[in-house]
Design a protein around this ligand. Structure first.
Ligand SMILES: Cc1ncc(C[n+]2csc(CCOP(=O)(O)OP(=O)(O)O)c2C)c(N)n1
Length: 906
């Protein structure tokens, strides 16, 4: 037994120096419960504990209870269904799920799929489907364990929502009508709601979803017509016990308890195995999770043993079973799962004469049929019934099951069962017999899908249950009324007409956000999200303006209450202040960004954070957000590797735009000008809230102040497409000495480095007589996307020889940077691969400069020189690209250390 698993209070097998006295105490407690009820007993015990603590009496560890069901027989509600019919339905779902995976792998061994996980989770799902999961527009939200997806498909097939042809295209999606491997809203937008395929993301998102539902409710945004339903809506999340090892799985535990999310039920399928082997071979995952959840303040329901065990427990007055369970490590439980009744009798029960006696009346087959709690609909129903009625805490159900349940020697409890996807004829027959499926040997061997006629008792029952519960699920809604979005002039006039006023794009954003929050249309829908950096970004005024969301309001007078903009918390606060918790902030963002679908209320989340702690830190969540068809803004603040100057290696972000470019529905912008930001925000809101496109925005913001121009005439299209010209080459240029003709270069500057490009243009013209036009690149990603699309069209469907449709097939890039022989030099505050994204479409010599290497702290000027993206380095690059021998002089004149190792080597 793992010594970390605490022994139980009152364990009868602890040495007892005075059993008589102990009995008197126990009897006194029994009498109290009998006469005055359990509440009084709780009160007295608490008093006693307090007193004992005051007297310094060492107290036992109380976060672990015995290894038995939390809900006693007396508290078990009557089962409200037809167990026999449900067993038949469940057998059909199990069969079709298994058949789907086996057929797919017969067709092609490379397709994969899982049988054993759903086999263990089937009853947990089925009781939910038959009795608890409410469907319909404002139904429950269910996060399914990803590799149990075959079971969810199999049920949808029985329900008539999926066709046989679709089941046959499980994991074969490219030709259409296929079923995705795991829950993916991107791939099945009318079916799956929540992507869970990456372990840990499901539970984290579920917790923040439950919290966001409260947020909507407290802010008066919950669908008022369905207010009553709304407050009883539940979030269900099914997760594997192995998956609980992911830090993300545990990351939301304390907020869920702190905010009393009793709208949340987490079901951990404790089959005691993960992919490679046991989750805790030498310990107990159930006991460990109980301690963790109870310690965090959750209501914990252990669902370990089926009704089959109840008579044994009733006769086991000296709790020998409890003792035996507690000393059995999970590795042994797994062996018992894989073995038969005879083995279990010999190795489990026969260890103590008392237990041998306890099961003497049972045959080996009877022992084999002693199920674990997670396979007994009666106990599952009871656990769900209590969980859905529990108030003031989220509930976790620790349901013990067997991995590969019912797969017999082909998989139950086997070390290799996770990967099992092929069953031979004998194994298929055994599965059929085990679940009493009404199919012939031939049907069985052919793995035929089975769906009884609609009027059969099974199907009638199944449909009736779902109708009673409000409809079928999973089902993703796309219905939410579009919102009218404001024009930039209403929230960003100061930026559109900046006229040279100095400001940073972060300051400009904060002003725009302030105005948007007051907008009559979208103001209330904005969800500002901060991970403890509001003061860093100059947003502390928002604390008072819109309040920080706190379900309990503010229970203290804040230290700065005398200030105009004090730290105000409120039940209807709008700002989500997540603390130092980017993972949680991102999960909140996703809940808000998918509210149009999950709740029919379009929201506009704006999460602003240190840009390196986005794609790099919570990149997988952003990927899941994209899969979820999120709509909202992510703001990477104080972005760039040299613009955030003094913070060094772990703060300076040089890659987020590269990562952003890989997400197809992420529109990534790196605006250098406040007016550009205004145009991007305006268009983003229009596309996401008005046109309801499934895109989200990543916009980087800088804290460097410089004079901001007004919006140049006609610049709007270029800003949105990714580049526009902000400076023409000097008019009065003469050919420099030694050159027969005027020389000219084109400089591209992105984000804060735009200012360096502009300064380089001045140097080139003033110091070297080289003309330089400058383009502001707002998005290398957008430029590349359009160019890729045009290239593909050219490849697959080339323009006609006459060239009549030439314009149509030219890219914005080509139109902005037509082939002139003049070199193009690009620089950004990101690794050079970002500027390299557009290289294939530039017809003249192209130089891409960037901030490759590790960040470090210094002044902006020093850092830009170090990374060679400063004005001087850009000017030298331009001269060199021109083949101008004076580049050497420029290197000398500007004091560039030509012998220094490259920045990525230092
Ligand atoms: C982040 C991540 N890492 C690894 C995997 C691959 N993977 C899929 S299922 C699985 C094992 C799951 O074990 P458990 O959570 O105990 O669920 P069970 O199948 O036993 O019910 C692993 C490692 C994944 N999907 N996501």
């Amino acid at each position: 037994m793992d010594p970390s698993i605490p022994r139980q209070v009152g364990d009868p097998h602890d040495p007892d120096s005075d059993p008589l006295e102990t009995r008197e105490w126990v009897e006194a407690l029994d009498a109290l419960i009998q006469s005055e009820g359990p509440e009084r007993a709780t009160f007295l015990l608490r008093r006693l504990l307090q007193h004992a603590r005051a007297r310094r009496v060492p107290l036992p560890q109380v976060l672990a209870t015995p290894y038995v069901n939390t809900i006693g027989l007396a508290e078990q509600p009557p089962y409200q269904g037809n167990l026999e019919i449900e067993a038949r339905i469940s057998a059909l779902v199990r069969w079709n799920a298994l058949a789907m995976v086996v057929r797919a792998n017969r067709a092609s061994g490379e397709l994969g799929g899982h049988i054993a996980s759903y086999a263990s989770a089937a009853d947990l799902f089925e009781v939910g489907f038959n009795h608890f999961f409410r469907g319909g527009e404002r139904g429950d939200l269910v996060y399914f364990q990803p590799h149990s997806a075959p079971g969810v498909y199999a049920r949808a097939y029985l329900e008539g929502r999926l066709a046989e042809e679709q089941l046959d295209r499980y994991r074969r999606e490219t030709g259409g009508r296929g079923l995705s491997s795991y829950p993916h809203p991107w791939l099945m937008p009318r079916f799956w709601q929540f992507p869970t395929g990456s372990m840990g993301i499901g539970p984290l998102f579920a917790i923040y979803q439950a919290r966001f539902m409260r947020y909507l409710e407290h802010r008066g945004l919950a669908d008022s017509a369905q207010a009553a339903d709304w407050s009883s809506r539940k979030v269900w999340c099914f997760v594997g016990d192995g998956e609980m090892d992911e830090p993300e799985s545990l990351a939301g535990l304390s907020i869920a308890a702190r905010e009393k999310l009793d709208n949340l039920v987490l079901v951990v399928n404790c089959n005691l195995q993960r992919l490679d082997g046991p989750v805790r071979g030498n310990g107990s995952i159930v006991q460990e999770l109980e301690g963790l959840f109870a310690g965090a303040g959750w209501n914990v329901i252990k669902l370990l043993w089926s009704s089959d065990w109840d008579p044994l427990f009733a006769r086991d007055v000296h709790q020998w079973l409890e003792k035996r369970f507690l000393e059995t490590v999970d590795g042994e439980f797994q062996t018992y799962a894989a073995a038969d009744g005879r083995f279990n009798r010999e190795h489990f029960f026969n260890k103590y004469p008392e237990l041998r006696e306890l099961v003497a009346h049972l045959s080996d087959d009877d022992i084999d049929r002693l199920r674990r709690g997670g396979h007994d609909p009666v106990k599952i129903f009871s656990a769900y019934w209590h969980a859905t009625r529990h108030e003031g805490q989220p509930t976790v159900i620790l349901a013990m099951t067997k991995k590969g349940y019912g797969m017999g020697t082909a998989g139950q409890g086997r070390m290799t069962t996770h990967q099992q996807k092929k069953l031979d004829a004998g194994e298929l027959h055994a599965f059929r017999d085990r679940f009493a499926l009404p199919i012939t040997d031939a049907q069985c061997e052919a793995c035929e899908f089975v769906r009884p006629p609609r009027e059969s008792p099974e199907m009638a029952y199944l449909h009736a249950r779902r109708q009673k519960l409000g409809g079928y699920l999973p089902s993703r809604s796309t219905k939410a009324p579009p919102l009218a979005t404001p024009e930039a002039k209403s929230f960003a006039k100061f930026a559109l007409e900046a006229g040279g006023k100095e400001m940073s794009t972060t300051v400009a954003f904060v002003r725009m956000a302030g105005a948007l929050l007051r907008d009559a249309g979208v103001g209330k829908r904005i969800v500002p999200i901060i991970a403890d950096e509001a003061r860093t970004f100059g947003m502390a005024d928002l604390f008072r303006q819109i309040g920080i969301y706190s379900p309990t309001g503010q229970l203290y007078e804040p230290e700065d209450s005398h200030q105009l903009s004090y730290y105000k918390e409120a039940r209807d606060g709008q700002l989500l202040e997540e603390g130092i918790n980017e993972a949680g902030a991102m999960a909140s963002w996703v809940a808000a960004a998918t509210s149009h679908s999950a709740h029919g209320v379009a929201m506009l989340p704006m999460y602003i954070y240190y840009s390196i702690f986005g794609f790099q830190r919570v990149g997988d969540e952003i990927w899941a957000a994209a899969d979820s068809r999120s709509r909202g803004f992510l703001f990477g603040a104080t972005a760039g590797r040299t613009t955030l100057s003094g913070e060094g290696l772990q703060h300076e972000d040089g890659t987020s735009h590269l990562a952003a470019s890989t997400i197809p529905n992420c529109r990534a912008y790196d605006p250098g000008l406040a007016c550009e930001l205004a145009v991007i925000l305006e268009d983003g809101m229009r596309r996401m809230l008005g046109a309801q496109e499934d895109v989200f925005y990543y916009v980087t913001l800088m804290n460097e102040s410089y004079p901001q121009p007004s919006l140049p005439e006609g610049a709007r299209e270029g800003i949105l497409r990714g580049m526009h010209r902000v400076r023409e080459a000097g008019k009065a240029l003469s050919a420099p000495p030694g050159f027969a003709r005027k020389q000219k270069v084109r400089l591209l500057g992105a984000g804060a480095i735009l200012q360096e490009a502009l300064a380089a243009a001045e140097l080139l013209e003033n110091d070297w007589g080289v003309g330089a036009e400058v383009h502001s690149v707002t998005s290398f990603t957008e430029l590349r996307r359009e160019a890729m699309e045009v290239s593909r069209r050219r490849r697959l469907d080339p323009p006609s020889a006459s060239g009549a449709d030439r314009e149509e097939t030219s890219t914005w890039l080509e139109r902005q940077l037509s082939q002139t022989g003049e070199p193009v030099v690009a620089a950004s505050d990101y690794v050079s691969a970002v500027a390299d994204l557009i290289r294939p479409w530039i017809r003249d010599p192209y130089v891409a400069l960037g901030t490759d290497g590790f960040g470090r702290s210094d002044t902006r000027a020093a850092l830009r020189r170090f990374f060679e993206v400063d004005r001087h380095s850009i000017a030298v690059a331009a001269l060199r690209a021109l083949g101008d021998a004076r580049a050497k002089d420029a290197i000398e004149r500007y004091g560039i250390d030509r012998k220094a190792a490259p920045p990525w080597g230092r």
